[in-house]
Design a protein around this ligand. Structure first.
Ligand code: BMA
Length: 313
């Protein structure tokens, strides 16, 4: 009898692939990176960097193979915006990148740590050097947001995770101009009781567009007597109406197991904010924050995730 669970992701042997030791300026921790492939094939990670004041900014790291030889910007790439104080007053965190073909720009959606808790900010860029800042687009408490790469029925779509007295669930909202958002729809609810994704969930990296629908890797936060465990699960949404959930996995598919995931500033956390997809269109390189301390890489297959959802959805 096989007592092993099916593992969808394999960790890179060089993990953690990026730590504070790689930073050209003094920082406390580096984690939760967004990721994208630039036109020349370079992997760009936009990393959350926490300084010794305790506040975060974003910093770009570039590598030809997406594994090592990272060139890290010599100073912060994106800092809290003075024009958007106090909304970004306590730092900016956890970016997600989407390339928007219609605009020929990358959208960076990130958490803005406001005086009233986390909200969602947006910036557009062509080169990750100059940014067009939109400021706060979702007020607190809200985070774990990403823009879909094209309009759905004429409107931009933003997936995000507002928190209310009834829980922390994933929502989607629509806008014609990227500034004013409405038509809010509940996309995925946190489960209840003993589930691994009870009470609090959130989008992790951007949804993966597949022929079967948007494949969404989301995190579930399990509270127990020792604290929280951040793990990842899978779900699938309709391509044309992304608020419609087609499948949701039962078990988690990736969780903290290695020492660098189990111990750090926040123990037992794996938190991906981005991936790159290999030229075969199937191999996915998932970049994740490990224990809010370093950056690690795990590789999987999109088809294997879809097949797993057929069996576990
Ligand atoms: C979440 C986010 C992440 C963080 C995680 C674990 O709420 O703030 O940035 O990695 O908690 O601390």
């Amino acid at each position: 009898m096989n007592h092993q669970y099916c593992e969808l992701f394999s960790r890179h042997k060089l993990n953690p692939i990026l730590t504070v030791a790689d930073w050209p300026y003094p920082v406390h921790s580096v984690f939760n990176p967004a990721a994208t492939l630039l036109a020349d094939g370079t992997t760009l990670l936009l990393c959350r960097v926490e300084d010794r004041c305790g506040q975060s900014h974003l910093c770009a790291a570039r590598s030809a193979n997406g594994i090592n030889d990272w060139e890290v910007d010599t100073q912060p790439t994106l800092k809290p915006d003075p024009e958007h104080f106090p909304e970004e007053y306590w730092g900016i965190e956890d970016p997600r990148i989407t390339f928007i073909g219609e605009l020929n720009k990358y959208a960076v959606v990130y958490t803005a740590y406001t005086h009233d808790g986390p909200g969602v900010s947006l910036a557009l860029t062509e080169d990750f050097r100059n940014f067009e800042r939109y400021g706060l687009i979702m007020q607190p408490e809200d985070k774990d947001a990403v823009l879909l790469p094209y309009r759905i029925d004429g409107n931009w779509a933003l997936i995000h995770r507002p928190v209310s007295s009834i829980g922390a669930h994933i929502w989607i909202s629509y806008s014609s101009n990227l500034r004013h958002w409405g038509n809010h729809k509940l996309m995925l609810k946190a489960r209840k009781g003993g589930w691994w994704d009870a009470n609090k969930i959130g989008l992790s990296p951007p949804p993966i567009e597949t022929a079967k629908g948007w494949l969404v890797i989301y995190h579930g936060v399990r509270q127990n007597a020792a604290g929280a465990i951040y793990r990842l699960g899978l779900s699938l949404f309709d391509l044309h109406a992304p608020e419609i959930c087609l499948k949701r996995g039962d078990e988690w598919v990736f969780g903290p197991e290695e020492p660098y995931e189990l111990q750090g500033d926040v123990d037992k956390v794996v938190f991906p904010c981005g991936y790159t997809i290999a030229p075969d269109g199937d191999t996915i390189h998932l970049y994740y924050g490990a224990a809010d301390t370093s950056i690690a890489l795990a590789t999987g297959s999109i088809n294997a995730m879809l097949e797993w959802l057929e069996r576990h959805g």
